[in-house]
Design a protein around this ligand. Structure first.
Ligand SMILES: *Cc1c(COP(=O)(O)O)cnc(C)c1O
Length: 499
């Protein structure tokens, strides 16, 4: 028998050297990313064709890997950490986020049960309690109440807001069916879910995945200017369903819609859900973290008193490298009731004692990584003052964008600017019909994006397209706003030469 080959793990010294090399690569990337086109300009299939499609038989060096990253992958990247990335919402990484993530990777712990790594669970509970208080959610959503007694609710880190919304719906359904949803499934057409027409598509997806079906979702009208959910329409929709013998399960309020950033009136919605005993889930994926600033605490108004669950994504605006979505419930028994299952191989004394939280019961998957370490590293490295400075910088940049749009007769706001987001379009006029203005709105955005100078995205209200300019990137400075505006101005002048 031949001697078995030893696996070529790096020695501690080799790892140290190569890790430094990777950190140097990242630091250089961040320093130079602003000189690259924001939006990747490769054709479909180009990256796949360039990358060697076979796994090497013999070990290769990190140098070889990094050379391919530079040559074949970087051109195929859209640079989300670019200072002029203004599309979608920011997905901020940060030095602290990367370092916390690296620590978590190195520790490599699996936190599915408290017993499989107590620190993974307990740090997550502590960090989520801290963050809940800082966001104004109150101790109703904390593992430990202000007086030190155990809370009925608590927070958990999910991979994404989509998963958080899905679990919120499962918990709501558990409560509405008295637990029958998990044993018997759901009766067709009996249960209903509500949100505004501006709700994120993850709600429909949750309805599909839960077995309720897309048709269970009632999309309620919004105010034509502010794009906020119309509470009277919501009340009518719920009352009509109840009168028809259906069971309203959940209302989702949005704090910062994906389209225009609209903040639904959570307190008024909460009065309706309370009256009907319906679960209120608040999707604050992007905007919720703004509440860390006292002057923006209003975005979470009503949540502490009336919401049943709440999600916001530190992996968007709050400098925590993807993924990290923080989700809280007021009553954890509905969530755990919907999702707990205890096969023999997971039985252990800590779980049986009931004295610990086992996070595997808080989301669809079993295994989970130590994401709290990443978030904790960010919160401590920046401190509240540093996080507020970052949030305020993005909001100030958006105010500048709104001022430029306002002052330009060729453009108009499509909805009120909210926090770091400005939505605008070409203004129609005597010489420019709405149809042509809409065409030009798309064209202006496409041209700016194709230039590589900046990256903007689009949305639609009442059938009319608009451009979304989302500020809040951690590398974005005031000069990046001016530079992007200059490109936009030049493009408008090209397209509208006669005005
Ligand atoms: C981004 C966003 C989501 C989805 O977030 P993921 O974490 O990517 O699932 C949901 N709702 C709103 C309002 C968002 O802005």
């Amino acid at each position: 028998m031949s001697e078995q080959q030893r696996a070529p793990h790096l020695s501690a010294e080799q790892f140290r050297a190569q890790a430094h090399q990777v950190v140097d690569w990242i630091a250089d990337y961040w320093e130079s990313v602003g000189e690259r086109p924001v939006l990747s300009q490769v054709e479909p299939g180009a990256v796949a064709a360039a990358v060697d499609g076979t796994i090497p038989d013999q070990p290769e060096s990190l140098d070889a890997v990094l050379a391919d990253v530079d040559q074949h992958l970087v051109p195929g990247l859209t640079h989300w950490q670019h200072p002029r990335f203004f599309a979608y919402f920011p997905a901020n990484s940060s030095p602290a986020g990367v370092l916390g993530d690296l620590l978590s990777s190195g520790i490599g712990a699996q936190g599915m049960l408290w017993a499989t790594s107590p620190a993974v669970t307990e740090l997550e509970q502590v960090v989520l309690d801290q963050l809940a208080r800082a966001l104004g959610l109150s101790d109703a959503f904390c593992h430990l109440r202000d007086d030190g007694s155990p809370g009925a609710g608590g927070g958990v880190i999910q991979d994404t807001a989509s998963t958080a919304t899905f679990t919120a719906l499962l918990a709501a359904l558990h409560r509405a069916t008295g637990g029958r949803a998990r044993t018997e499934g759901v009766e067709q057409g009996r249960y209903t879910v509500y949100a505004s027409t501006q709700a994120h598509s993850s709600l429909q997806k949750a309805a599909m995945m839960s077995g309720l079906g897309e048709r269970a979702v009632r999309l309620v009208d919004v105010d034509p200017w502010t794009q906020q959910l119309d509470v009277d329409r919501l009340r009518e929709a719920i009352e009509a369903d109840v009168a028809a013998g259906r069971v309203p399960v959940m209302v989702q309020a949005c704090v910062g819609t994906t389209g225009t950033g609209a903040v639904d009136p959570v307190a008024a919605i909460g009065e309706v859900t309370r009256r009907h005993g319906v679960w209120l889930h608040v999707d604050a994926a992007w905007a919720g973290v703004a509440a860390l600033c006292p002057e923006h605490a209003w975005v979470n108004e009503g949540v502490a008193e009336l919401a049943d669950s709440y999600v916001t994504n530190p992996h968007k605006w709050l400098l925590t490298t993807f993924d990290c979505s923080t989700f809280w419930v007021r009553d954890r028994s509905a969530l755990v009731g919907a999702l707990s299952i205890l096969p023999e191989y997971l039985r252990n004394p800590a779980t049986e004692s009931g004295a610990v939280v086992d996070y595997r019961d808080w989301h669809p998957q079993l295994g989970r990584r130590f994401r709290a370490l990443k978030l904790w590293t960010v919160l401590r490295s920046y401190g509240l003052s540093g996080l507020r400075a970052h949030l305020r910088a993005g909001i100030a940049q958006a105010a500048r964008v709104a001022e430029l749009v306002d002052a330009d007769p060729r453009l108009e706001l499509a909805a009120p600017p909210v926090l770091g987001l400005v939505s605008f379009r070409l203004a129609s006029s005597d010489g420019l019909g709405a149809g042509r203005a809409d065409q030009l709105t798309r064209e202006v955005m496409d041209r700016v994006n194709a230039s590589g100078a900046a990256y903007l995205s689009h949305g639609q209200v009442a059938g009319r397209p608009f451009v979304r300019w989302a500020c809040g990137g951690w590398r974005t400075g005031a000069e990046d706003v001016e530079q992007t505006w200059a490109e936009l101005d030049r493009t408008l002048t090209e397209l509208l030469p006669t005005r």
